[in-house]
Design a protein around this ligand. Structure first.
Ligand SMILES: [Zn+2]
Length: 315
């Protein structure tokens, strides 16, 4: 049973919004594009694991939580948590191609492509170490004495993994459920009722992750970003508002193309928009802007020239 679904797609959607609004010649473009592809691979890797977990009929009472964001000594985020009456299992998912070597002392992950190019990345082993400690601390503080374990899943079949001395099991997605089956023990630490209570406590303490606005992350200012409404058909940016609809230079029209553009804006500049709206959406008329903003399900904050429109937080 999945008691909380995934929101990790947000990262991917944000990178996609920024990538299409940055000029190909911009000095940050390559970095943004690389992160875009990395987040895209992340999303499809997690999808793979979700399918495996959903397909398998777990014999034990359990729950699954995705993207759990809790506070122990500091905030920590767990992408996949599988909890039974006997243990909690943190599932760390990686979707990486080519030869991947897990290094210890110090921890890092080394990817080598067929041409010999090496890329260094954060170690999933170290990530698991930290998350296990934080989750254990978090539970102990609330008098839950459930063992916490970890497993690393490499989803890309075009990869050769060298684990070295990695202390966690490394599996392919289709063996994840086998690994879970092997962990099944008769020693139940929690009753079924307690397990459900723990699940509720996780959800109650979950803090929605505040995505940092991308302009801050990449140190960009508004002049770096391509403005204008994107055509939903040909993806040209810079549609014109005329007679209550958007029209692109290829004559495609749309009544609500500005909604996607507003999402792009929020990803790049954070969850508020003010009088920058007219410039970003290429609209001259204040009245048109006013009418549009009213219809967009935003919260009005402040008065007069300080008025801003804030995005509603969604669960
Ligand atoms: Zn078009």
């Amino acid at each position: 049973m999945i008691i909380k679904k995934r929101s990790a797609q947000l990262n991917f959607l944000g990178q996609a919004a920024l990538k299409k609004r940055l000029d190909i010649g911009h000095f940050r473009f390559n970095e943004v594009e690389n992160n875009y592809f990395r987040s895209k691979a992340g999303v499809s890797g997690e999808d793979f694991v979700d399918q495996q977990l959903a397909r398998y009929e777990h014999p034990e009472t359990h729950f699954i939580i995705h993207d759990l964001h809790l506070k122990a000594s500091s905030f920590f985020q767990i992408d996949n948590l599988f909890v039974t009456q006997s243990y909690a299992l943190i599932i760390e998912v990686k979707n990486i191609k080519h030869t991947v070597e897990l290094m210890q002392n110090p921890h890092y992950m080394k990817q080598t492509n067929p041409e010999g190019k090496v890329v260094i990345m954060d170690s999933p082993e170290e990530q698991l170490d930290k998350n296990i400690i934080w989750l254990r601390d978090w539970m102990l503080r609330r008098n839950w004495f459930l063992p916490v374990e970890g497993v690393i899943v490499f989803t890309n079949s075009d990869s050769h993994i060298i684990p070295n001395n990695c202390k966690y099991d490394i599996v392919r997605p289709r063996y994840l459920t086998k690994k879970i089956r092997k962990m099944t023990t008769s020693r139940e630490v929690l009753s079924q009722e307690e397990l459900m209570k723990l699940g509720e406590e996780f959800l109650l303490n979950h803090r929605e992750y505040e995505h940092k606005a991308l302009h801050a992350k990449y140190n960009l200012n508004s002049a770096d970003i391509i403005t204008g409404v994107e055509c939903p058909v040909c993806f040209e940016i810079g549609m014109k508002w005329s007679k209550r609809k958007w029209i692109c230079s290829n004559d495609h029209s749309s009544k609500n193309a500005h909604l996607q553009t507003l999402d792009d804006y929020f990803f790049i500049f954070g969850p508020e928009i003010n009088n920058t709206f007219r410039r970003f959406f290429h609209i001259k008329s204040k009245d048109v802007v006013k009418r549009m903003l009213k219809k967009m399900n935003l919260v009005e904050v402040g008065k007069g020239r300080w008025r801003r429109y804030r995005k509603l937080l969604s669960k």
